[in-house]
Design a protein around this ligand. Structure first.
Ligand code: IPM
Ligand code: MG
Length: 358
């Protein structure tokens, strides 16, 4: 039997609650399939460890997980640790060295969930956002001098390379080609940013020539927020820079009903390193320990992990179980306006898996 070793990193806040739920559902899914199993190794990396030891993960942390088949990540962030320290100490410390340059964020309105957009239903909002995940505005280039003085100066330089842009464009065009509509929107801001964004547009056009069967268009990021809101059905696959896609994916999640259901995959498409799967909701300190965190974002991330591992039938089965559960409003957690608990939703998904005979 194929056995997958997964590094589970719950991180902070509700991370441990949703990862425990995710492990339960993924274990049930593997059991229902019978052809493979998961072995989870647990890593206590996060803000608590940072406060005690000064580091989010051990010095040889990446070596400990580089041989795993995938990483299941909860969230990173604590109220008493500055956010940029957390991000660079944990999430980016894994994503960047493991060259997980393609961040994939599907958005759909799942059955039973109501979009805040009036009259918009399931089929009209079915997007995948591809986020450049290795450079751009998150390159980490910049500095700060003369701290505290009137002449203090700080820069964050966004950095784009031809290699980085070409590979994310190629990934996005290929993903668009694999979807029925074969439609890609390239998000840009080349009217105001006249160097890197112009190169971004040029490389998009070059790569487009390799994909004559994909229809593509270009959208300025500000106008894109309107198109997502007013004409959601005109979009399918979307590619954007690290920061633009960060912002647009929160909008996408909200338009699909809740940040609590949105999944993400940080992929190293060449499979030289493990890829990382995580819900995008973050650590949500306001609801920590209450048992009401929505585990659907983690389950859907699990679906993406199964696809990546080459278990498409199990991935489809888990997605069917998720949709059966969201369709039942009595199983909605408070972020969706319901009263269900994490445990109830998890049990319902496991029951749906057990009862799925397709
Ligand atoms: C995301 C998050 C992170 C990001 C935060 C937690 C730093 O918003 O994954 O979208 O900006 O990348
Ligand atoms: Mg974000």
């Amino acid at each position: 039997m194929r056995s997958y070793r997964i590094a589970a990193i719950p991180g902070d806040g509700i991370g441990s609650e949703v990862i425990a739920a995710g492990i339960e559902a993924l274990t049930a899914c593997a059991g229902r399939d019978g052809g493979f199993e998961f072995v989870f190794d647990h890593f206590d990396w996060g803000s608590e460890r940072y406060k005690k030891t000064g580091a989010f993960m051990p010095e040889d942390g990446r070596d400990q997980i580089k041989g795993h088949d995938a990483i299941l990540f909860g969230s990173a962030g604590a109220p008493d640790v500055p956010d940029h320290i957390t991000l660079w100490g944990l999430r980016l410390a894994i994503c960047q060295p493991f060259d997980q340059y393609a961040n994939v964020r599907p958005t759909r309105i799942l059955p039973g969930i109501v979009s805040p957009l009036r009259h918009v239903t399931g089929p009209e909002l079915d997007w995948v956002i591809v986020r450049e995940n290795s450079e751009g505005e998150y390159a980490g280039v910049g500095g700060r001098v003369h701290r505290g003085l009137p002449e203090e100066c700080a820069t964050d330089v966004s950095m784009f390379t031809r290699t980085g842009v070409a590979r994310i464009m190629r990934f996005a065009f290929a993903l668009a080609r694999s979807r029925p509509r074969k439609l890609l929107t390239v998000v840009t801001k080349s009217n105001a940013q006249r160097h890197a964004m112009v190169m971004w547009d040029e490389i998009a056009a070059e790569i487009a020539a390799e994909f004559p069967d994909v229809t593509w268009d270009k959208m300025l990021v500000d106008a894109m927020t309107m198109r997502m809101t007013l004409k959601p059905a005109t979009l399918d696959t979307i590619v954007a820079t690290n920061l633009h896609a960060d912002i647009l994916s929160d909008l996408a999640a909200a338009l699909a009903g809740s940040l609590g259901i949105a999944p993400t995959a940080n992929l190293n498409p060449e499979r030289k390193f493990p890829s990382m799967f995580e819900p995008i909701h973050g650590s949500a300190f306001d609801i920590i320990g209450k048992g009401i965190a929505n585990p659907i974002g983690t389950f859907w991330s699990g679906v993406m992990m199964l696809e990546h591992l080459g278990q498409p039938a199990a991935a489809r089965r888990l997605m069917r179980a998720i949709e059966r559960v969201t369709a039942d409003r009595s199983l909605h957690t408070p972020d969706l306006g319901g009263r269900a608990t994490t445990a109830q939703v998890t049990k319902a998904v496991c029951d749906a898996l057990a009862g799925d005979n397709e």
